[in-house]
Design a binder for this molecule. Structure first.
Ligand code: HEC
Ligand code: HEC
Length: 329
């Protein structure tokens, strides 16, 4: 167990070193920084006035009521292919700590993104989420909607000091279990802890108006695509440990153990038992950039797709480290 822990820590440090290239918010997790500040919650009373303020407000509304505005029956355009809202994953419109927090995003881009193998602008990164988790078509870069989302992200970014590390801007740290994550155990845990809201078949529950979800679907044709980062087991385990079950958890008062979070994420994301909208997407043009929990080859190592997806991850991390490569997740 000791060596496993040591190994995890070195992985964390490595991923921190490559934060910029990796382009994810998991970087540097676990590192103790003297200039860490408590989470900041932007005060909507301080939203700017004038035309820019209008864009910021509309941008925030788009995060909260995505389906209403730009969903399959959107009143301002039909862009997303399902009825989920950005805020289901980027909770509190991207301001909740450890919930794929977006308050630093505006200053992070343009940035190299391994999944696409190129430098992306923030607008292109937004469109990644419009197309994958939302199964939609990209927003035109000069559309009112794209400008509004960018304006909102700029405004929330202005509320955080540039040189400080904010608690919760990264993913919650989890320890990799020594064994592979178990979809079977995850299925049992899902029935106990998740299905009362997300439904026994992961179908979620619509609001009465049928415009959007009260409880978003977790698999099936209304849910996120396999190309979404939420489909990766480590990424989802970090998120659900900090954020679910919705009614009983806070990032500083978690409910699931790390192992439970991994098992549930394995169950939710197991394509052998659950289907998803699946347009052929080509990801990670450079296998040396591939996140270790990405379940589709080719890889530059000798591990199977199943092990990459479900773990155990430490042997993969160790293999990469011994080769002098940088594992990312
Ligand atoms: C099913 C979950 C899900 C939904 C819904 C979703 N996203 Fe994301 N988004 C993610 C994940 C996962 C990441 C990667 C976070 C990480 O690597 O830590 C991400 C990353 C991002 C980033 C980049 C953050 C950064 O600083 O690098 C932006 C911007 C973003 N999303 C915008 C949106 C917008 C806008 C919407 C709604 C149209 C949306 N997302 C909906 C899961 C989701
Ligand atoms: C009490 C109801 C409730 C329970 C129980 C619950 N969730 Fe959720 N879940 C929600 C709500 C509501 C959201 C949307 C959050 C928001 O909009 O802020 C959500 C969002 C999510 C999302 C992101 C949205 C998406 O499209 O993927 C995932 C993943 C998720 N839950 C997984 C789980 C798992 C796994 C469990 C069990 C450990 C669980 N939830 C238990 C209510 C619940």
């Amino acid at each position: 167990m000791k060596s496993v822990k040591r190994y995890i820590i070195s992985g964390i440090i490595l991923s921190g070193v490559f934060a910029c290239r990796q382009g994810t918010t998991v970087a540097e997790k676990g590192s103790v920084k003297s200039d860490t500040i408590s989470p900041i919650f932007p005060d909507t009373l301080n939203m700017p006035k004038g035309k820019f303020g209008e864009a910021v407000r509309y941008g925030r509304d788009l995060f909260l009521f995505t389906a209403y505005y730009i969903g399959p029956e959107g009143v301002n355009g039909k862009y997303t292919g399902n009825k989920i809202n950005c805020t289901h994953c980027h909770q509190w419109a991207g301001t909740k700590p450890f919930s794929f927090n977006l308050m630093k995003s505006h200053e992070r881009y343009p940035m190299y993104r391994a999944r696409e193998g190129k430098v992306l602008s923030l607008a292109e990164r937004i469109n990644n989420c419009v197309t994958r988790p939302h199964n939609g078509i990209p927003l035109p870069l000069d559309s009112r909607e794209m400008i509004a989302m960018l304006s909102y992200l700029k405004w929330i970014n202005e509320t955080v000091p540039k040189d400080k590390w904010m608690t919760g801007e990264e993913a919650l740290a989890v320890e990799f279990p020594a064994k592979a994550a178990s979809p079977e155990n995850g299925s049992r845990l899902y029935a106990e802890r998740c299905s009362r809201c997300h439904g026994p078949n992961g179908e979620g529950r619509m609001n009465a108006d049928s415009v959007s979800f009260l409880y978003p679907p977790l698999w099936g044709k209304e849910a996120y695509q396999p190309g979404s980062s939420m489909h990766r087991v480590i990424k989802q385990a970090q998120w659900i440990k900090a954020n679910m079950p919705f009614d009983s958890v806070m990032w500083n008062k978690t409910v699931l153990t790390d192992e439970e979070a991994f098992d549930i994420a394995a169950f939710v994301n197991d394509d052998r038992i659950h289907s998803r909208p699946n347009p052929a997407t080509i990801d990670y043009p450079f296998p040396e950039d591939k996140a270790i929990d990405y379940g589709k080859g080719p890889y530059i190592d000798t591990f199977s797709e199943v092990q990459h997806k479900f773990g155990p991850y430490e042997p993969i991390m160790l293999y990469w480290k011994n080769k002098g490569w940088k594992p990312r997740f």
